[in-house]
Each structure stands twice: as structure tokens, then as C-alpha cells.
Design a protein around this ligand. Structure first.
Ligand SMILES: Cc1cc2nc3c(=O)[nH]c(=O)nc-3n(C[C@H](O)[C@H](O)[C@H](O)COP(=O)(O)OP(=O)(O)OC[C@H]3O[C@@H](n4cnc5c(N)ncnc54)[C@H](O)[C@@H]3O)c2cc1C
Length: 485
């Protein structure tokens, strides 16, 4: 069948004639000189063409592959017809941050990996099209501020990462008076203080937070729940609480010499170099230095690429498994390689060496080989006898992942039941062991993805709405009256 998608504007079967496009990306030599986002947008004609490659499957696997079950074929067909505002409207129905997810989601592991169109034709460019339609909507002033009729009930959201923001957004749309308590001085969580600006411009986060403010969400920043205010005080002022406090306790490096000068955790380093405010930490200067990053996840890739942008002379990632078993996104690995990072796979640190001034000078490493799969399904690394070697280093950045911060005793939060790694336990509605206290995001999953936190925030908002409107009508404390805003 001959088919010209440019003429018909239909989203169906054009993948036979049109190959997957490469999203415009700045050259590596240019992008390592700044912290601006590296990808730009396709033009309108290319978006229509690329969207027209979608097959419009009857049972779309991309929807199943998306943790938010986004109606991807729905917006593809509208985008193919050039109806970008309508397409953006469809994408907003299931996602509270449809301009942020396409920038940070590992689509190659989610929606795009599920797409029925495989190599060599290549999956539909789902992320690039989602980003385009939503930026188009912003550029045309077509992102509505939803003002719901107040229902007279108050909810506290603790933490303003993607989980907290999504929960606040959904609750606001149901008419709740929502106050977000955030220990940092700016809202955004890891969107602001973790994920580097070259992946997600900080103004994009600010723009989203401002939409919530305009919808009536109140942000109380610089307030740590459990320290500045206890859980019972929150529950006396609100009828429900959502805990979206993430998993922000960095895993330690447990080898001799870990206390040497020049050894830093990756997250504070990233926060310092990327956050839009001064965090008051002593600056970590990597200019002209040999930087070794330990770990193989997204944080490790971000540390490497941030160090390169800060002028490191050499940037090496040492990871104990091989590339196939590395958890980091392949897209970000490829970007790190292009920007000049080096990778030493099957390499594990044994000890750090230092000089008389107590500064780190090298990492004593051992080569690893992979054995049988462990509980995570990845092959377990083991040391190769007699393969020790020394890797010179002036700065070491540890990116071994995170655990949830334990709830402080006496804060009321210690009543919330946790599992063996401190993850908060929730039921099918997102409610914890404390009635009226819900949780979601990294605090229940451990380090995960933005899109999972959004999913959990939405789910908990629905759980809170059910709890407050049906289940506990007679038992939920009234709280003080809500002042008209
Ligand atoms: C360096 C790095 C890079 C990443 N890159 C990606 C990526 O590219 N793509 C992706 O999908 N995911 C990425 N992630 C993971 C993603 O950022 C997280 O999964 C997601 O942000 C979790 O959202 P959250 O809402 O659960 O918590 P967070 O985003 O961690 O937010 C928690 C918030 O709670 C606040 N808080 C904590 N305790 C309290 C308290 N007691 N009182 C008040 N406030 C409190 C914190 O200050 C923080 O603002 C990355 C993570 C890191 C660390």
C-alpha cells in the first residue's frame, strides 16, 4: 500500500518509509563547556513525520511500558495531524510533569523498549514527541491552571520531589488545601538538587512548581518534618499526610582510607554544582584534577559529566560489574563517553592511598569477574586473585546509591512501619501503618525513577481522597477550618 504520511497526516504504518529520527543534540565539545540541556526539539514537520510512524496498536505495549500508563497512541495520532495542543492535553491527563518526564525518563527501558517497532527501523521517538507537544503548549500559553472548588479539607505533603509535587497537584485538583513542607530552601527535591541541569534545566522545575503555587499549593521551605515539626502536630492541622521524603542517605565507601581528604559523596557534589542556590557547602574543586567515580548508576554518570564540565583533567568510572550488568541508562552512558569520560568495568576498590597531608592520591583496585546471578538477577562479581593495581586519583566521588533516612525517634514518624532497609511500608492505597499517613516515591521503593515517584504520588492522592471522602468520614479529625484563599 502506498502511503504518504505527510499528505494524510495519519499516524499509522509510516515507519516503513520513515526511519526513527535522531533528536538534535549539541556536539560533545560544545556541551562540556556549560550546564545547558544537551537535547533540543525536533521542528514541527519532523514531529508530524515521526509521530506518523506510530502503528496505533490495538493493545499498545508502550502504554503498558509506561509506569503512568500514558495514552501514547492518543497523543501520537493528534501530533501526526499537527494538533499539538490537543496532543499535550491528552498527555497531561495521566502525567503531572509531561514536560519533565521526557527529559529524564530512560525511555529505552520503558515505553520505547516496549514499542512493537524494533531495530533496524527503530522505536517511535516517544520521549522527543512528548517533550515537543508540551513545550509547544507552554509556548502557546496553553497549560491551564486548574482551580478546583475548595472541599474544606487540609492535607500536608512532606517533601517536594516529584512524588510530593504530583500528590499535591492531584489533591489540589480535588479541592484540598495542600501545604508542602520541604527541608531545603527551594522546592523540587532531586529534580533540583540531584539531576544535573544538562539533563533538566532548573527553570523547567521552577515553572512546574509555579503552576502548583498558582493552583493554591502553599510551600513551606526550610522546614524539616520530624525535627522542626512532629508528625502529631502535622496531623492536628491536617486530615492526612503524604510522606514523599525520598531516599537520601548516601551509601558509604567501606574501605581503608575512606576518610582521606578529597573523598566526597556524589550527591552533595552534584547538588553544589547544579543547584540554583548556594548550599553553603565548602566548594569541591575538580579543575585540573584526576577524578575517579565509584559506582555504575545514573548518579555515577551524572558525577562524571558534571566533573568534566567543571574542568577535571581525567574522569574515570570504576564499576565492579560489566557494561551489560551496569544499572545506569545506556543513553547517559553514551553521552558520558562522548563527553570524554573513561570507564573501567570489572574494577573494585580495595583501599585508598594518601600522602602525608592526608589527601587521597590513588585507589588500590582489584579486577573482578562475574559469577552466578545474585538476588537482583545480575551476575555476582568476585575478585580475580593477584590482579590488584593502582589507579591515580586526586578526587574520589562515591555514587553507590542511597537508602531512606531513618525516622527520628520522638518525632512521631518512628510509628511508621519500615522494612529491613528502612523503606516505608504502604498498602494498596499508599497508606502507611499510621492511619491517615500515606507515602510514595523513593521512600517506599528505594532509589528509583522520577516517573515512579509521580505514579506513587498520584496513587496516594487517590488513596487520600478515598480515605477522606468515604472510608473515614466519621473518624478523621476535623482540623482547623480552611481560610478562603
Ligand atoms: C544524581 C541523581 C540523578 C538521577 N537521575 C535520574 C534520571 O535521569 N531519571 C530519573 O527518572 N530519575 C533519576 N534519578 C532518581 C530520581 O531523582 C528519584 O527517583 C526521584 O526524585 C524520587 O522522587 P521523590 O519525590 O521520592 O524524592 P526526592 O526527589 O528525593 O525528594 C524528596 C524531598 O523530600 C525532602 N525531605 C526529606 N526529608 C524531609 C523532611 N523530614 N521534612 C521535609 N522535607 C524532607 C528532601 O529535601 C527532598 O526535597 C536520579 C537520582 C539522583 C540522585
Amino acid at each position: 500500500m502506498s502511503h504518504d504520511p505527510k499528505q494524510t497526516g495519519q499516524a499509522r504504518y509510516a515507519w516503513r518509509e520513515i526511519v526513527r529520527g535522531n533528536v538534535p543534540k549539541r556536539a560533545a565539545e560544545e556541551r562540556v563547556t556549560d550546564f545547558h540541556e544537551i537535547y533540543s526539539l525536533f521542528d514541527e514537520a519532523t514531529i508530524r513525520e515521526q509521530a506518523s510512524r506510530c502503528v496505533q496498536c490495538a493493545s499498545p505495549a508502550c502504554v503498558t511500558g509506561c509506569p503512568l500508563s500514558n495514552d501514547i497512541p492518543g497523543w501520537m495520532s493528534l501530533a501526526a495531524e499537527g494538533k499539538f495542543l490537543e496532543a499535550a492535553e491528552v498527555s497531561r491527563r495521566t502525567s503531572n510533569m509531561p514536560e519533565i518526564c521526557p527529559r529524564v525518563c530512560p525511555q529505552e527501558k520503558l515505553c520505547e523498549s516496549a514499542c512493537v517497532i524494533h531495530e533496524p527501523a527503530g522505536a517511535i521517538c516517544i520521549g522527543a514527541i512528548e517533550k515537543f507537544i508540551n513545550e509547544y503548549a507552554f509556548a502557546h500559553g496553553a497549560v491551564p491552571i486548574v482551580k478546583a472548588t475548595p472541599n474544606g479539607k487540609r492535607v500536608a505533603v512532606v517533601g517536594s520531589g516529584p512524588g510530593g509535587l504530583a500528590c499535591a497537584d492531584e489533591l489540589c485538583k480535588h479541592g484540598y488545601a495542600v501545604t508542602v513542607y520541604e527541608s531545603q530552601m527551594l522546592p523540587g527535591g532531586l529534580l533540583l538538587f540531584g539531576i544535573p541541569a544538562f539533563k533538566l534545566d532548573k527553570q523547567i522545575v521552577e515553572r512546574r512548581v509555579n503552576i502548583l503555587r498558582q493552583q493554591g499549593v502553599v510551600f513551606k521551605v526550610g522546614v524539616t518534618v520530624g525535627k522542626d515539626i512532629g508528625l502529631d502536630a502535622l496531623l492536628s492541622e491536617h486530615q492526612a499526610v503524604f510522606l514523599g521524603i525520598g531516599a537520601l542517605k548516601s551509601k558509604a565507601l567501606d574501605v581503608p582510607g575512606a576518610e582521606l581528604k578529597g573523598v566526597y559523596q556524589g550527591l552533595p557534589f552534584l547538588a553544589q554544582k547544579n543547584a540554583p542556590i548556594n548550599l553553603g557547602m565548602p566548594p569541591v574543586d575538580v579543575k585540573g584534577k584526576r577524578v575517579v567515580v565509584l559506582g555504575g548508576g545514573d548518579s555515577a554518570m551524572d558525577c562524571l559529566r558534571t566533573a568534566l564540565r567543571c574542568g577535571a583533567a581525567d574522569t574515570v568510572c570504576a564499576y565492579r560489574r560489566d557494561l551489560a550488568n551496569m544499572p545506569g541508562s545506556r543513553k547517559e552512558y553514551a553521552n558520558a563517553l562522548e563527553e570524554g569520560a573513561r570507564f573501567m568495568f570489572l574494577t573494585n576498590p580495595l583501599a585508598l592511598e594518601g600522602n602525608a597531608a592526608g589527601e587521597v592520591t590513588a585507589v588500590r583496585c582489584v579486577r573482578m569477574e562475574l559469577g552466578e546471578p545474585d538476588a537482583s538477577g545480575r551476575r555476582k562479581p568476585r575478585a580475580v586473585k593477584g590482579s590488584e593495581f593502582t589507579l591515580p586519583a586526586d578526587i574520589l566521588l562515591i555514587a553507590y546509591g542511597f537508602d531512606p533516612v531513618p525516622y527520628p525517634p520522638g518525632s512521631g514518624l518512628e510509628r511508621v512501619k519500615v522494612n529491613e532497609w528502612n523503606g516505608t511500608i504502604t498498602d494498596a492505597d499508599g497508606m502507611t501503618s499510621v492511619p491517615g499517613v500515606f507515602a510514595g516515591g523513593d521512600v517506599i521503593r528505594g532509589p528509583s525513577l522520577v516517573v515512579h515517584a509521580i505514579h506513587d504520588g498520584r496513587k496516594a492522592a487517590e488513596g487520600i481522597h478515598r480515605y477522606l471522602s468515604v472510608l473515614a468520614k466519621s473518624t478523621v479529625p476535623a482540623g482547623p477550618p480552611v481560610q478562603p484563599g
